[in-house]
Design a protein around this ligand. Structure first.
Ligand SMILES: C[S@@+](CC[C@H](N)C(=O)[O-])C[C@H]1O[C@@H](n2cnc3c(N)ncnc32)[C@H](O)[C@@H]1O
Length: 298
């Protein structure tokens, strides 16, 4: 069952003018570049943004272990092309604080991170040190991006394993799609927690349905799946500027027909139906400011 939600927005005339100008420039930019992630594969673009990165780590020890800027921009740092390190780190830290509290996870939880990118979420579990120990579970990351998977394999210890999915994407790779969708090479029922952040927002319906079924297969009974989505019932604050979801492909609402996976939204009823078809019986969609969350219990 989806929860009802309302967004409260207040503004002044000056703020309205500023946000109209921002909306117009966002729309223009998005017309030519539906997704910033693809730009990060361009050698000139990445040289420029990685070059700027060299100035920021000065004096900040914790920035030195981060992936290069072009990877951080590729996975999403709120369109901050420079100086995005804090934003990159905080998003994942807040996620773990609330996930450990809400889902009763422990430091030995087995976790699957679908669309793991360059390991933003694995980063904190690798480094966390608490009075009762460090992370001791098995962490599996899955992504289609060969460069980021290779970076993760080099920068994480054996508690963390990374698989490269063979799926394609109009926004995150130039590979054409395979006939069959990627099966995560992990055993059934071995995971306590399967999650994705900003993955379903880049997948068409067949792939979303597949990863929900994979979540069901991978989770132990009682395990939790947590997937962030763009939900048409709870429109993001960026609706009307960066997002409009004005095109439809099957049940998916997309921003760009040319690059459908740049941004994809679903109705709560459709996403819950996909979860039910996968075998889940306990499920909800929780509204959020930018993305909502599909929460499922096996
Ligand atoms: C917006 S990024 C988010 C990355 C990561 N979750 C984070 O928040 O840092 C989306 C990620 O999904 C990956 N991706 C896109 N399509 C995929 C698919 N079919 N299977 C696995 N990963 C995919 C992209 O390569 C990219 O790393």
């Amino acid at each position: 069952m989806a929860l009802a939600g309302t967004a409260i927005r207040t503004s002044t005339p000056r703020a309205n003018l500023r946000s109209s100008a921002q909306n117009i420039s966002e729309r223009l930019l998005r017309r030519f570049f539906p997704s910033v992630s693809l730009l990060t594969f361009n050698p000139v673009f990445r040289t420029v943004i990685n070059g700027m990165d060299a100035f920021f780590p000065l004096g900040f020890e914790e920035f030195k272990s981060l992936p290069p800027n072009h990877m951080r921009v590729r996975v999403g740092v709120g369109n901050r092309l420079f100086g995005n390190q804090v934003h990159y780190l905080l998003a994942a830290k807040d996620f773990w604080l609330s996930s450990f509290a809400n889902y009763g996870l422990t430091l030995s939880a087995n976790i699957v991170d679908l669309g793991c990118g360059c390991g933003r979420y694995a980063h904190h579990l690798r480094d966390i040190k608490l009075p009762d120990g460090s992370y001791s579970g098995a962490y599996v990351g899955v992504d289609i991006d060969a460069e980021m998977i290779e970076w993760c394999r080099k920068h994480f210890d054996p508690r963390f394993r990374f698989h490269q999915s063979t799926d394609g994407s109009s926004s995150y790779s130039r590979k054409s799609k395979m006939e069959t969708l990627y099966r995560v090479p992990e055993m059934d029922g071995g995971a306590d927690f399967v999650f994705s952040t900003s993955l379903f927002t880049h997948l068409l319906e067949e792939a979303v349905g597949h990863y929900i079924r994979e979540s069901f297969r991978l989770l132990r009974p009682g395990g939790i799946a947590h997937h962030t989505i763009f939900c048409t019932d709870y429109l993001p604050l960026t609706f009307g500027s960066r997002h409009t979801f004005r095109h439809k492909i099957g049940n998916a609402f997309v921003e760009s027909v040319r690059q459908p996976e740049a941004a994809v939204a679903y109705s709560a009823s459709r996403i819950l139906e996909l979860a039910e078809n996968a075998g889940f019986t306990t499920m909800t969609v929780v509204p959020g400011m930018l993305q909502s969350t599909l929460i499922l219990k096996r």
